[in-house]
Design a protein around this ligand. Structure first.
Ligand SMILES: O=P(O)(O)OC[C@H]1O[C@@H](O)[C@H](O)[C@@H](O)[C@@H]1O
Length: 249
């Protein structure tokens, strides 16, 4: 049904990059944040400034992960570590939370100025899934998920949301751990092998594989289909419309 294996009863959608064109907005916000930090650090230490790579660094260390994990994992890739700090640290404080807060300011400004675009194929797919009686959840690491679903009008298609705030409240591990997807399947009353995961991030595809889900659909918006397959995608589409039109491979 809808391009999915027989027996699938639920769809668990990532948000940024799967339903909305916000992966690129997160990426731009991270790039601005890390580059400002790295430049200041290089001025201070006289070590060369090596900018954040919005393609490689983003895909490998940040994409799909909860905000603080993204900060820690990217810094670790450069052999750096910062004190954790706390949620109230001012944006840009040299702590994990400070950099995360700065990124959030950058993100919200961009969303405010540019708005959020929904992928039309994804809107159609959500509507078709609802029509077909499939259960539907959004599972995202973003703490801004509720607002994005609201401003785009996607909230009406979604029965359940497991997001960055849920992970924090329930003490769940972020992607690439499968906890968020498993929590969503449990809450919908559907066994993981009867649920499909839709992911554009390598960490998200990995989470789908780790959770033993019936199908992991990789959504390739940035030309890394092979990497998605290596990280756990069973099939890869460029847009969810392909699943509706029967062109998926
Ligand atoms: O900073 P937020 O909105 O809580 O989002 C956390 C993460 O959410 C993921 O969906 C994005 O792929 C990441 O880029 C982002 O960092």
């Amino acid at each position: 049904m809808l391009g999915l294996p027989d027996g699938v009863e639920a769809c668990l959608f990532d948000l940024d990059g799967v339903l909305t064109d916000t992966a690129a907005v997160h990426d731009a916000a991270w790039t601005a944040t890390f580059d400002a930090f790295l430049r200041e650090r290089s001025d201070r230490t006289r070590e060369p400034f090596v900018p954040f790579d919005p393609v490689e660094d983003y895909a490998r260390h940040v994409d799909g992960k909860p905000r603080q994990d993204g900060v820690r994992d990217f810094l670790a890739s450069r052999g750096l570590a910062l004190p954790e700090g706390g949620p109230d640290d001012p944006p840009g404080a040299e702590t994990v939370h400070g950099l995360g807060n700065r990124k959030n300011v950058e993100l919200l400004r961009r969303i405010e100025e540019e708005g959020v675009r929904v992928y039309e194929g994804s809107r159609r797919y959500l509507a078709a899934a609802r029509e077909a009686g499939l259960r539907r959840a959004v599972v995202s690491s973003s703490a801004n998920t509720a607002q994005v679903l609201q401003v785009t009008g996607l909230a009406e298609f979604v029965e359940l949301r497991v997001d960055g705030l849920t992970l924090r409240e329930q003490g769940l591990r972020g992607k690439p751990a499968p906890d968020g997807f498993l929590a969503a399947a449990r809450a919908l009353g559907v066994a993981p092998e009867r649920a499909a995961v839709f992911e554009d991030a390598l960490a998200g595809a990995q989470a789908g594989r780790a959770g033993g889900f019936g199908c992991v659909v990789g959504v390739d918006r940035v030309d890394h289909a092979d990497e998605l397959r290596r990280h756990g995608a069973d099939l890869v589409v460029a847009d969810l419309a392909e699943l509706l039109d029967g062109a998926a491979g």
